[in-house]
Design a protein around this ligand. Sequence first.
Ligand code: C5P
Length: 231
Amino acid sequence: TDYWVVVPAAGVGKRMGADRPKQYLPLLGRPLLSLTLRNILSWPGLAGVVVALSKDDEFFPHLKEASHPLMHTVIGGAERADSVLSALEFLAQREHGDTPVLVHDAARPCVAMEDISALLHSQVAQTALLARQASDTVKRGSEISGVQCVEQTLDRKQIWLAQTPQRAPLALLRSCLSQALQQGEAVTDEASALEIFGHSPQLVEGRSDNIKVTHPTDIVMAETILRLRYA
Ligand code: C5P
């Protein structure tokens, strides 16, 4: 089946402290978003891409991928979930509710084709996401005398770190996201909106090099990963 990809890219990237949103910072001499879109456009079975942009975005039209026939844009919202919902509203005008949608962060240029295949072919649950099992020992902290102290050590085997893409049928994701936002829930990924309404997305173990570019050192890491991959 063909599927659509939604790319939330409407963030302003405050944590980077740069002069432009992080999705436009240069990586291997090209804007980060450009590399992510180039990667997505190589996935077999792709029906189209919807990129959610900030209303003040002035960089997107300059990307090489902007004029690709499968590329569409919408104006995003205040939070990541609002941006994704805006893209889903666009899709709902033209696609069937069963259409598979993969939501993928603009900030993850390194996701490998083998992980995309694994995610598309994971059909045990109706919804799924790429994720990594924690490799560090995980503590829950709480404040004691004004500093964070260990409250508990969690069972690391049960801890997964969510990556993207995250996969769900268009209508289901749209309804869960919009209801979760209406209820004022904290929704930092698509799976969390699905969980609120009783769904249990399948955890598909992804590669550790599908990093999210968040801090300045992540740029160097992503460049190294991509250089090794395409060398
Ligand atoms: O800040 P963080 O790295 O969690 O953002 C994840 C993704 O969500 C980024 O690609 C960012 O551009 C996007 N985003 C968005 N709309 C917002 C905030 C973030 O599309 N209002």
